[in-house]
Design a protein around this ligand. Structure first.
Ligand SMILES: *Cc1c(COP(=O)(O)O)cnc(C)c1O
Length: 388
């Protein structure tokens, strides 16, 4: 199939994505090939999803084997892949229980339902989120998203969300008036432009939430599963949240979401109060088990921090780069001049796939990216920056 044929079929898809003219057919770790055989270095990993890169042998074998055994069963029966993943994930996260669903937005929906149920008896149903946040595209997670641009055209949204500024502990404290059941934040705002929160702010929020009996909810959909160099980012901050939402990289490229809760919320939802037909599907869980076992290894996490540092240092030494921010292998690159989206297009032409976030270029390479792949990608990036 040629790219032109793919492009013609696009008319059958609702045009909700501003797509780049690249159609990938195959990949190996951080390298991919398009339908016509052109090679790319991929620093997107599908927005932080393919954390073990493309076609990792152990992951591929686990997923294929499970597909050939039992591909799906309904949640009225037990699946050993599902229960094993729950235990392994809770142990890696330091949490008590998991609910499995299929996406980040659904994981946040579940987190919001749990928080509402927690506050229900005392009439605390509202949730504080941050300006510039991103929590998903369903109507309720859109409402949780503190960016008006995403709300426009879809009103009315779900009631009960208040927005505060990142870092503003006093402002948040003033909102906690007894009607609030939870505070939901990203520790590094991904879509908002790779904006890391201060550890002191997150720690202060933990304390404040404890004092006010409000749940601290972390949206780790993008930051989680090794991305920041910790299995979950809070594990590098010395705090434990009450609720964690996870998705993107969790199953290494298959659709999954997980809402994790701490001991104090054990069994808060009762049979019939939450569900998902596909949630916890055994093929997806088989892939996720490989991811959790590999990525939660401290040696692996150490390599993520080292590679993130290497990428940042190399990027900071490029004369056109104003600053690099983020954590681990979640990096935002602010350029002194030029448009980030133009850079993305030029990179694709030259064989490097990158993302943007607001006015920054964003790198989310597979966590398994090799030094050779990083160098190949950086060389293309440097060449493109010389042309802007
Ligand atoms: C991507 C993302 C979501 C939404 O996840 P979907 O799987 O697209 O529903 C939610 N929160 C954060 C922080 C994200 O980065």
């Amino acid at each position: 199939m040629t790219f032109q044929q793919v492009k013609e079929q696009e008319q059958f898809i609702i045009h909700t994505y501003g797509r780049v003219d690249v159609a990938l057919a195959e990949g190996k770790n951080a390298r991919a090939w398009d339908v016509e055989g052109k090679e790319y270095i991929d620093f997107t990993s599908g927005i932080g999803v393919n954390c073990l890169g493309y076609s990792d042998p152990q992951w591929t074998a686990a997923v294929s084997a499970q597909a050939g055994k039992i591909q799906h069963l309904c949640n009225y029966y037990y699946s050993p892949e599902n229960t094993a993943l729950a235990q392994e994930l809770c142990e890696a996260a330091g949490m008590a229980q998991a609910f499995f669903c299929n996406s980040g937005a659904e994981a946040n929906e579940c987190a919001i339902k749990i928080a509402r149920k927690y506050g229900e008896k005392r009439g605390a149903c509202r949730i504080v989120t941050l300006n510039n946040s991103f929590h998903g595209r369903t109507l309720t997670t859109l409402s949780a998203t503190g960016q008006e641009g995403f709300h426009k055209d879809f009103l009315p949204l779900t009631e009960g969300f208040l927005y505060a500024d990142a870092g503003d502990l006093e402002g948040i404290a003033s909102l906690l008036d007894g009607t609030i059941c939870g505070v939901l934040i990203e520790t590094v705002q991904g879509e908002g432009g790779v904006v890391p929160m201060d550890a002191a702010f997150v720690q202060g929020l933990r304390k404040l939430c404890d004092e006010k009996d409000v749940l601290l909810m972390l949206d780790e959909v993008q930051t989680g599963v090794g991305r920041t160099g910790h299995f979950y980012s809070y594990q590098g901050m010395g705090i434990i949240p009450d609720i964690v939402s996870s998705a993107k990289g969790l199953a290494g490229g298959l659709p999954i979401g997980a809402c994790l809760i701490g001991e104090k919320l054990r069994n808060i939802l009762k049979p019939g109060q939450q569900g998902s037909t596909f949630g916890g599907n055994p093929v997806v869980c088989a892939g996720a088990r490989v991811v959790v076992s590999r990525v939660s290894d401290p040696t692996f996490l150490q390599t993520v921090r080292e590679k993130g540092k290497y990428l940042s240092q190399r990027l900071e030494s490029m004369p056109q780069v104003e600053l690099v921010r983020g954590q681990g292998m979640m990096l935002g690159i602010k350029l002194k001049s030029g448009d980030a989206h133009d850079v993305l297009i030029k990179c694709a032409e030259q064989g490097l796939l990158v993302l943007t976030a607001k006015d920054l270029v964003r790198f989310l390479p597979p966590l398994t990216v090799t030094r050779e792949e990083m160098d190949a990608g950086l060389a293309i990036f440097a060449k493109v920056l010389e042309t802007i």
